[in-house]
Design a protein around this ligand. Structure first.
Ligand code: FES
Ligand SMILES: [Fe+2]
Length: 484
C-alpha cells in the first residue's frame, strides 16, 4: 500500500473522503452512564460534556425534558467554548455574552442585544441527531439536510437493558488499526495466549478479562476445553469469510484431529464494529469511533442470551483498569502497557497481565504508532480478512465520493432484517462444522428470553456488501473461501 492510499483510508476529519464515508453511519458519542450522577457526580450540577468525534469538537448536554442536544462547540457569536456553558434545563447558555441554545441548536436569547432585537431568529447552531440505544448515545454527523438511516436491528441493540451492558475506553491510535486488530482471526492464538489453563469452574461469565478462559462449546471425549487451550494448541487456523449485508462473516477452523474441528465464527460489521463470542451465552459487540485521526474510543456492548447481567459488578471490574470520567486506560505507552519480562517467559505470550486482555489489544493497536505506516508492512495469508476489509473500504470511499450510498446503510425494512449477527466458539464434528455451528446459534437464540424467535427463522436475503472480491480471496454468495 502506498502512502497516499494509507492516508486515504485513515484520515477522517471534515472534508476528507474517508470522513465523508464514516459520516454515513451512526457513531457512539457517550455512554448514558456518563450522565449518571451516581457514576459522575459532576452531572448532578451540570449534565454537559465536551465531545470530540471524527475530528470535530462538539458539546453534548441533557435538557430537563430528557432529550440530548449535540451542538458544535464554538459559540456562533464569537466562538467561545460552549462546553463551559450554563445548563438551564431547557437549554445551554454561553457564559461569554449569554446567548442561549436549545437541543436543536435554535437560538433562544441574545440578552446583550437591544430590546426588540430579532437577531435570535437568524442564528442557528449546527446540531446533530442523537439517539439512545443499549446504554449508549449515538450521534449522526452526516450532511445537515439529509435524513439519518435507521440503526440495524442487531442483537446488541434489541436486547433489553437487563441483558446488555456498555463500557468504553480510549486508545491513542487511528481507528482503522483498532478495527484491523479486532477482525484478525489469527491473533488470539498468540497475543492472548496463556501458557497455562485455569480450571473452567472458576470462570464466571462476568469475569472482565477472562474472555478466552471460558469453555469452548462442545466437548472432546466428554471433556470441555477452555478457548485459550484450543487457540494455543492449534495456532494455524483455516481462515475464510463470506459477505453479509452488514460486512463479513469470518470463520476460523482449527482441525483438532480426524474427528473434531474447532469453529470460531465472528462478524465484521462495516465500517468499524466486530462481534465475537465471550462465552456460550454472551457476545461482545465492539464499535470503534474515531475521536480524531490519532485517537479512538472503543465501545463494547455485552449482550446476554441467558440471564440478566450484573451491571454493577461488570462496571466495577472494568473500572479497575480504566479511569473515569474520560475512560482512559491505566496502562499505555507511558508505562510500557505494564510489560513484565518474567511474566512473558513463564505465564503469558505477551507479558502484559492475565486479568485484562483488553490491554493486549491496546498494545497491538497503539504500539504500531498513532497511524500505522502501511507502506512498511508485509501482509500474509493469515491477513486475508484485513485485505478484504481494505478493498471494501477503498471501494466504499469511492462510492460515497461519487454520490452513492455507503455499504450496509439500509432503509427501515432492510434494517429490520439486519439481525444477529451470530457467533460461536465451539468444537464440532469434523465435516459437519457448518451445520453444527448454525444449530448452536439457533439454540442460543431460541433460549434467549428476549429474542422474538418468529422473525429469526428465516435468514436475511439481502445483497452483500460489495468490494470484498479481489485477487487474494474470491468469495461470492454463500460460497466459502479457503486458504490457499
Ligand atoms: S461568544 Fe458566546 S455569547 Fe458571545
Ligand atoms: Fe484481541
Amino acid at each position: 500500500m502506498n502512502a497516499e492510499q494509507n492516508a486515504l483510508i485513515t484520515r477522517i476529519g471534515p472534508g476528507t473522503a474517508c470522513g465523508a464515508l464514516l459520516r454515513s453511519y451512526w457513531h457512539p458519542a457517550a455512554l448514558v452512564d456518563e450522565f449518571d450522577p451516581a457514576i459522575d457526580p459532576r452531572m448532578a450540577q451540570r449534565p454537559v460534556k465536551a465531545v470530540r468525534l471524527l475530528g470535530q469538537d462538539m458539546v453534548l448536554f441533557r435538557a430537563n425534558s430528557g432529550s440530548y442536544g449535540l451542538l458544535d462547540r464554538d459559540c456562533p457569536h464569537r466562538g467561545a467554548d460552549l462546553s463551559f456553558g450554563r445548563a438551564e434545563g431547557d437549554g445551554l447558555r454561553c457564559p461569554f455574552h449569554g446567548w442561549k441554545f436549545d437541543v436543536s441548536g435554535r437560538c433562544l436569547e441574545t440578552p446583550a442585544e437591544p430590546a426588540g432585537s430579532k437577531l435570535c431568529d437568524r442564528i442557528k447552531q449546527r446540531s446533530y441527531p442523537v439517539q439512545e440505544k443499549s446504554g449508549v448515545l449515538f450521534a449522526w454527523m452526516g450532511p445537515e439536510e439529509s435524513t439519518p438511516p435507521p440503526l440495524p436491528a442487531f442483537d446488541c441493540f434489541t436486547a433489553p437493558a437487563t441483558h446488555s451492558f456498555a463500557f468504553k475506553g480510549l486508545w491513542n491510535a487511528n481507528w482503522l488499526q483498532a478495527f484491523e486488530v479486532g477482525i484478525d482471526p489469527a491473533h488470539p492464538s498468540f497475543l492472548h495466549r496463556f501458557l497455562q489453563d485455569e480450571a473452567l469452574d472458576e470462570i464466571g461469565d462476568n469475569a472482565a478479562g477472562k474472555q478466552f478462559r471460558s469453555a469452548s462449546a462442545g466437548a472432546i471425549d466428554g471433556e470441555q476445553w477452555p478457548m485459550t487451550r484450543i487457540m494455543r494448541e492449534f495456532a494455524q487456523p483455516d481462515i475464510s469469510f463470506e459477505t453479509r449485508p452488514w460486512g463479513m462473516q469470518l470463520t476460523a477452523l482449527r482441525s483438532m484431529n480426524e474427528k473434531l474441528t474447532h469453529v470460531r465464527v465472528t462478524q465484521a460489521i462495516f465500517p468499524a464494529t466486530f462481534v465475537i463470542p465471550l462465552s456460550e451465552t454472551m457476545t461482545i459487540t465492539q464499535m470503534h469511533v474515531p475521536v480524531d485521526d490519532t485517537h479512538t474510543y472503543w465501545y463494547s456492548f455485552f449482550t446476554s442470551f441467558a440471564g440478566p447481567l450484573d451491571k454493577e459488578s461488570m462496571r466495577a471490574q472494568r473500572q479497575q483498569f480504566i479511569a473515569l470520567p474520560d475512560y482512559i486506560p491505566n496502562a499505555g505507552r507511558h508505562n510500557h502497557w505494564g510489560f513484565n519480562a518474567e511474566e512473558q517467559r513463564t505465564q503469558t505470550y505477551l507479558g502484559m497481565g492475565e486479568e485484562d486482555i483488553n490491554v493486549h489489544d491496546q498494545w497491538a493497536v497503539e504500539s504500531m504508532g498513532a497511524i500505522q505506516d502501511r507502506t512498511r508492512e508485509h501482509l500474509a495469508t493469515s491477513d486475508k480478512v484485513i485485505m478484504a476489509n481494505r478493498r471494501v473500504l477503498l471501494k466504499a470511499i469511492a462510492t460515497v465520493q461519487q454520490g452513492g450510498v455507503a455499504p450496509g446503510i439500509a432503509d427501515a425494512a432492510q434494517a429490520e432484517l439486519m439481525r444477529g449477527p451470530d457467533t460461536v466458539d465451539g468444537i464440532a464434528p469434523a465435516g459437519e462444522w457448518s451445520d453444527w455451528w448454525q444449530e448452536q446459534a439457533r439454540a442460543k437464540q431460541a433460549n434467549a428470553p428476549w429474542v422474538a424467535n418468529s422473525v429469526r427463522t428465516e435468514p436475511p436475503v439481502l445483497s452483500p456488501v460489495e468490494g470484498v472480491e479481489g485477487p487474494t480471496a474470491a468469495s461470492t454468495g454463500s460460497a466459502r473461501t479457503v486458504t490457499r
